[in-house]
Design a binder for this molecule. Structure first.
Ligand SMILES: Cc1ncc(COP(=O)(O)O)c(C=O)c1O
Length: 445
């Protein structure tokens, strides 16, 4: 296909409203026609290395035939049927069974949704209901972190700690409280003498609990490695302290592993890096490697008991048409089989090490302030001055565009360029990311 045909596609694309959209920033979208492995092909003949695995999710890479067959076979058999009480289907039974205890011991029960926002709304509603069942109906508030991203349904929007997602849709809910994230490069809270960033960030949680009153707080939600907020890898002492505080004040800990789940950080689930276990786990994205829309929550046995022992007539009044979607679950099952067979967490560890080391060589550029990552989830923060660490989102955007013209897709998140390629990436393709990004930066210097 040539350039004028692509221009026509772009003109016809005006009939849809895109996510996170302003027409001025959507003048020359890449029109993607095909994908294979880590590569995307556009209608005007560009070949682009997708350094973001779509939106952090296409773990097995593009064009996987096994997943296509799994979907085809399930669709032929029965694409969808209601999963509301009174009915169930085989793929959802098998996938829930497979997931039982898979992420964390004691999380044996799964509720399915279609994506991450729905998963988090389900987590918040379930946490509130749990406390009602425990005779503590005033425990309704959610503590989240500044910079955290939890999706765009109403609750998820206001759990998200990024102002720009709020302003158009406010007022928000008083029930969501935001505290500083444990960002080792630029911690926004106060650090007492002798304290680590992890300790200071955990103290911020405890102080928020004191301020609000533990008897009003249902849950604390956190991404183990913050994604959209700029790829923030927490210090090692943070999550063990958080777990201890949540236990001490009877607050449920919701791990939003929508990005970090299913191998991305080098463990099947990221809290494992710190030996910590949540009460509720939100998952989505890579459960199907993006080949079908699926998300959900896993809940602890204690929460499940509270739901199961509710008085008759008090049903769990929550569910989506597509909860337990047969085709999506069949794809999820096959995707897990592929990722287990290929030991994808190990791939993420090995390729992630190579990627991080490569990105660190770019620190010679005067504007590369910080390079960080865990597994195949890395961030390069662009600053106007390394001493003052002044973030430079405009320059980050410029580098993002230059990299794209070198055939490399990343994602500008404020001043940070994110890299989270498919986990099937090969060594030479990792090196290609560094080469192309380096060439883009060279052109800017
Ligand atoms: C950590 C996290 N939680 C939740 C979501 C929302 O997921 P979805 O876009 O599938 O609703 C995202 C999406 O990027 C995410 O990164």
């Amino acid at each position: 296909m040539n350039k004028s045909q692509t221009a026509q596609w772009i003109e016809r694309d005006r009939q849809q409203l895109h996510p996170v959209y302003h027409p001025k920033s959507h003048t020359e979208p890449l029109v993607i026609e095909r994908g294979e492995g880590v590569w995307l092909y556009t209608t005007d003949g560009q070949k682009i290395l997708d350094g973001m695995a779509g939106l952090w999710n296409v773990n097995v890479g593009y064009g996987n035939e096994e997943l296509a067959h799994a979907a085809y076979e399930q669709m032929q058999q029965m694409a969808f049927t209601s999963n509301f009480a009174g009915m169930t289907n085989l793929p959802s039974i098998l996938l829930a069974e497979k997931l039982a205890g898979f992420a964390y011991q004691g999380l044996n029960t799964t509720f399915f949704a279609s994506g991450g926002s729905e998963a988090n709304d389900s987590a918040f509603k379930t946490a509130r209901y749990y406390w009602k069942r425990k005779g503590k109906p005033n425990k309704t508030k959610i503590i989240a972190r500044k910079g955290g991203y939890h999706g765009v349904t109403m609750y998820a929007t206001f759990a998200t700690g990024l102002e720009k997602y709020h302003t158009m849709f406010g007022p928000g809910f008083a029930d969501f409280i935001h505290i500083p994230a444990p960002n080792p490069y630029r911690f926004e809270g106060a650090i007492k003498p002798g304290e680590t960033v992890g300790q200071a960030a955990a103290r911020a949680l405890e102080e928020a609990i004191w301020r609000e009153g533990a008897e009003t707080i249902a849950a604390f939600i956190a991404e183990p490695v913050m994604g959209v907020g700029g790829v923030i890898v927490p210090p090692d002492d943070y999550f063990p302290l958080v777990r201890e505080i949540c236990d001490r004040y009877e607050i449920l800990f919701i791990a939003d592993e929508v990005i970090t789940g299913f191998g991305r950080t080098g463990q099947w689930f990221a809290l494992k890096h710190w030996g910590v276990k949540p009460d509720i786990l939100s998952f989505a994205k890579a459960i199907t490697s993006g080949y079908a829309q699926l998300g959900g929550i896993q809940i602890s046995d204690t929460i499940r008991d509270a739901i199961e022992t509710a008085p008759e007539g008090e049903a769990y009044m929550h569910g989506y048409t597509y909860s337990g979607h047969a085709t999506a679950c069949a794809v999820g099952l096959k995707n897990l089989e592929i990722m287990e067979r290929g030991d994808f967490p190990e791939r993420a560890r090995q390729m992630g090490k190579r990627l991080l080391e490569g990105l660190k060589t770019l620190q010679e550029f005067p504007f590369v302030g910080n390079v960080r990552g865990l597994g195949l989830m890395c961030g390069v923060e662009i600053v106007s001055d390394k001493d003052t660490k002044t973030p430079d989102p405009a320059l980050a955007l410029k580098i993002f565009k230059a990299a794209q013209s070198h055939g490399l897709r990343s994602r500008p998140l404020g001043a940070t360029l994110a890299f989270a390629p498919p986990l099937v990436i090969r060594e030479e393709e990792v090196d290609e990311i560094i080469k192309r990004l380096g060439a883009a930066m060279d052109g800017i210097r």
